[in-house]
Ligand binder design. Structure first.
Ligand code: NDP
Ligand code: 8X3
Length: 244
């Protein structure tokens, strides 16, 4: 029997690339996200199952989980940033949506799938954090607070699950060119492109590579954290651009 990997946010970017990679590594991939048409495309090329999922909606999470028999790996990847506002000017609704997705969504999916992951006898939870989980930057407080919370979830899970057959890994990427910034700037593609201007950003496959590596280590090996950035990025704020 092939092991089963659930990937949230598999309709684009890092999640879709992770589905591709884990399928190649021999996993049956279960793909969750809100855009079913995009998920179907990933399902077609990976041989996976596309299941509609909104991690902010408890009923949607319940429906999703009820359709699964076995699960070895959960990749908590669904997430988003909205806007670039100082704390002084924060849009509280945007902050709530980030926290609902990046924090509550991860807690919800993890809690709902833990029994199946444990029953597999060799489980693994991979949380896609961010360098925003370990650093702060101005006008990023809504997002960085949510990713810092995710980091706390990863550490707490590792403490609470020790002695049980479940590994916990957090992968914290820097700048990766996906739909992330288009979502962040509400479809403003020019503003989104500027985020990656003058440097070679990571691509989704670079992160899938990290996840693929972490989950294929021998089962006694727990990779706690992988921080991965473009060579041109030293921190969230120190970035070498061609036109600098
Ligand atoms: P994308 O915008 O390309 O992908 C985000 C994915 O999350 C989509 O598949 C989207 O699917 C899904 N998603 C968003 N909200 C929900 C929801 N409520 N329920 C289910 N799925 C949801 O961005 P990335 O691939 O870059 O982002 C993936 C993860 O990586 C995120 O957690 C992000 O914070 C993190 N990250 C990204 C970095 C970057 O620079 N790109 C750097 C560091 C971390 P749909 O809209 O179909 O629901
Ligand atoms: C995304 C990294 O620096 O664009 O998680 O916020 S950043």
């Amino acid at each position: 029997m092939r092991p089963v990997a659930v990937i949230t946010g598999a309709s684009s970017g890092i999640g879709a690339a992770t589905a591709d990679r884990l399928a190649v590594e021999g996993f049956d991939v279960i793909l969750g996200a809100r855009r079913k048409d995009k998920l179907e495309e990933v399902a077609e090329r990976t041989g996976g199952r596309a299941l509609e999922l909104d991690v902010t909606d408890p009923d949607s999470v319940t429906r999703f989980v009820e359709q699964l028999d076995r699960v070895n790996i959960l990749v908590n990847n669904a997430g988003l940033a909205l806007g670039r506002d100082t704390i002084e000017d924060l849009d509280e609704d945007a902050v709530r949506r980030m926290w609902e997705t990046n924090v509550m969504g991860v807690l919800r999916m993890t809690r709902a799938l833990l029994p199946k992951i444990e029953a597999s006898g060799n489980g693994h939870i991979v949380n896609v954090g961010s360098t925003a989980a370990i650093e702060v930057y101005p006008a990023g407080g809504g997002y960085t607070t949510s990713k810092h919370a995710l980091r706390v979830i990863s550490g707490t899970l590792r403490l609470e699950l020790v002695g049980r057959p479940i590994r916990v890994t957090e992968v914290d990427p820097g700048l990766v060119e996906t739909e992330f910034s288009i979502v962040r700037f509400e479809g403003d593609v020019e503003k989104a492109a500027n985020v990656y201007k003058g440097l070679k950003p990571l691509v989704a496959e670079d992160i899938a590579d990290c996840i693929g590596w972490a989950v294929t280590r021998p089962e006694h090996v727990n990779i706690d954290q992988i921080v991965v950035r473009p060579r041109a990025q030293a921190t969230s704020m120190v970035i070498a651009r061609d036109d600098d």
